[in-house]
Design a protein around this ligand. Structure first.
Ligand code: BMX
Ligand code: MG
Ligand code: CA
Ligand code: ZN
Length: 344
């Protein structure tokens, strides 16, 4: 039942000299519900104004539109009751999702095969009418950039780019302090920068995109190839009974000296490095922030490619960093809500 009674606000007795700051006396934590919908996981979190993740839940992303919407609504309803328990006042819902998004309409315009049945989807209307809360939506890479800007290594930077390596590769570009959305909300689809005239097939229908070399699915594809040829496992890398081979195993094997696995990681770094070179020459940002679990394994390789392949003037000034945020996309989705709802 969504028609929950309105929560009581607990107000401190006003102190003599701070009467006007009555909002600060509310004991409840002003918070946002944040959603991150990716190719693998669907996450919902309660995030405070200070960027603390107060509660988080995660499920596998369902494959059909209907299952996905049902699960999302169920998770959001559960999060709103959790928010009551935690004395959080929810100001709205911020949704980070894969695909091209029109943030003015709260619509997912189009998605690659990473998210099937996720084109021409109005997220705002059904979610806001079921949860009785305002809803904001943007692309996940864009949200990651917003998360970095508000809470992470993008703080204080006017021109920077975020690359988030997950199942796919998402991107976000901040220029003159603003996200770049482009003419049709298709800007900053940085996973689909071409780094090869041919190259592996990409989930977008093209081939040779950086996502087809350096993403989680790309590493998994290579891991499976090696495993099928009995060339993946070396002492120290184990597969539990029934465990699926993933990119993680290729990273572990490379770290333990498996030459074939090292080659896979090197190629992934080379591709990501080339994509970053293109970005430096297009946008000339001050920072590139690499996010996601694979980022620490890529950063040195990317720096090395830049030194070798970028224009010297672009290479000398750029700072390539690894994000220190646990969940940049969730934090960015929350920041849209928190920035908007508390603007006075
Ligand atoms: C894909 C594309 C991007 C997204 C990126 C990262 C879709 C559905 N997704 O390139 O919009 O930013 O994946 O997504 O078109 P994730 O699944 O790795 O989180
Ligand atoms: Mg993601
Ligand atoms: Ca993007
Ligand atoms: Zn592509």
């Amino acid at each position: 039942d969504l028609e929950k009674p309105i929560q009581k606000s607990f107000i401190f007795p006003p102190m003599k000299d701070t009467v006007s700051q009555d909002i600060d006396h509310i004991l409840e934590t002003q918070s946002a519900l944040a959603v991150d919908l990716g190719g693998t996981n669907l996450r919902v979190a309660i995030i405070s104004q200070q960027g603390e993740i107060l509660h988080k839940m995660s499920e596998l992303t369902p494959v059909t539109y209907e299952q996905r919407m049902d699960l999302l609504v169920r998770m959001l309803v559960e999060a709103t009751s959790k928010a009551v328990e935690l004395s959080c006042r929810i100001l709205g819902i911020g949704i980070s999702t894969g695909g091209r998004v029109n943030p003015h309409e709260g619509m997912v315009l189009h998605s690659t095969k990473i998210l099937e049945e996720w084109s021409s989807i109005d997220l705002r209307t059904p979610i806001s009418s079921k949860l009785h809360l305002p809803v904001w939506v943007d692309n996940d890479g864009n949200c990651a950039a917003l998360g970095e800007k508000k809470f992470g290594k993008g703080k204080g930077s006017e021109d920077f780019i975020t690359l988030i390596v997950g199942t796919g590769i998402g991107g976000g570009i901040v220029l003159n302090n603003e996200l770049v959305h482009g003419a049709n909300f298709c800007a900053a689809e940085l996973g689909h920068i071409s780094v090869s005239m041919d190259g592996p097939d990409c989930m977008c229908g093209s081939s040779g995109c950086v996502e087809s070399y350096s993403s989680g699915i790309a590493l998994q594809r290579e891991a499976k190839k090696l495993h099928d040829a009995d060339e993946l496992l070396v002492p120290g890398v184990h597969l539990r009974e029934g465990e699926e081979v993933t990119g993680k195993h290729v990273i572990q094997a490379a770290q333990l000296g498996n030459k074939k696995a090292e080659k896979v990681v090197e190629t992934a770094c080379e591709a990501l490095g080339l994509a970053v070179c293109s970005l430096l020459h297009t946008v000339n940002p001050s920072h590139i922030i690499l996010c996601g679990h694979l980022a620490p394994h890529y950063v040195d390789g990317v720096r090395e490619v830049i030194q070798r392949r970028a224009l010297p003037s672009a290479a000398s000034s750029i700072q390539i960093m690894v994000s220190d945020l646990e969940e940049p996309a969730l934090l960015g989705a929350a920041s849209i809500v928190l920035e908007y709802a508390t603007r006075r």
